[in-house]
Design a protein around this ligand. Structure first.
Ligand code: BG6
Ligand code: MG
Length: 221
């Protein structure tokens, strides 16, 4: 299928694909939920993948007994983000796994255009922390979109930034909402992590470097 499409660009989700910031999101929401007395566990956490910060807060509040004003909600979202950013500030280029680094470098050598398509407003900070702020050909993120995944907006923006049509792009995602967004945008998708466990996407990856074999069939060698 990848061969038929002649894929020229790869759009990577960030949290849970390029780096393990999905775990930091979990820890920060857990801290917030505990303070609110809301029930929060790993199962609920999976629903937060790919969706915006405020939408995540609404999910976290599903088991909260009280009611919060819009201003209070904003305060909790800000507090969660402050807790999250403390983890981000401990990240460095060493936080990038060897598998991810090797995959990105090899795809670059093979001539693919590469973009980030993330719902996160922290994307610029994360890319800087891990030393990839100048690596990608395009970045679409929570700062440039009006609707988060499963809406395809972020991936369509990324494809446009790469100068490619959606059907020339492959999206790499760990979120159910992200795979849905890719499909809605007319793009092929490769699932990793949680989404791969659910058997979602056109192909499933155990680790990012599995992509290298999948792409080999359509590599411009
Ligand atoms: C996505 C995460 O990448 O970014 C979501 O999967 C998160 O869990 C969303 O809510 C927004 O992130 P941020 O950093 O803007 O709060
Ligand atoms: Mg993700």
């Amino acid at each position: 299928m990848l061969k038929e499409r002649n894929i020229a660009g790869i759009i990577f989700d960030l949290d849970g694909v390029i780096c393990s910031t999905d775990e930091y999101h979990y820890l920060a929401w857990k801290f917030m939920a505990d303070e609110l007395g809301a029930r929060f566990d790993r199962t609920i956490n999976e629903r937060l993948r790919g969706v915006s910060r405020m939408e995540c807060l609404e999910i976290v509040l599903e088991t909260y007994q009280g009611t919060l004003s819009p201003e209070e909600k904003q305060r909790y979202a800000d507090k969660k983000n402050a807790a999250y950013q403390k983890h981000l500030l401990n990240m460095s280029p060493a936080s990038l796994s060897e598998d991810v680094r090797h995959t990105l470098d090899t795809l670059r050598e093979r001539g693919y255009r590469m973009a980030i398509g993330s719902s996160s407003k922290n994307t610029p900070l994360i890319l800087k922390q891990i030393g990839l702020d100048r690596f990608f050909d395009a970045v679409a993120d929570g700062n440039s979109i009006t609707k988060s995944k499963p809406d395809p907006e972020v991936f369509l923006q990324a494809a446009e930034g790469l100068g490619l049509k959606p059907e020339q792009c492959l999206v790499i995602e760990d979120a159910e909402a992200g795979i849905e967004a890719a499909q809605k945008g007319g793009m092929m998708s490769a699932a990793i992590g949680y989404a791969a466990g659910l058997g979602l996407g056109d192909i499933q990856l155990q680790k990012l470097s599995d992509l290298l074999d999948c792409m080999r069939i359509c590599a411009k060698l």
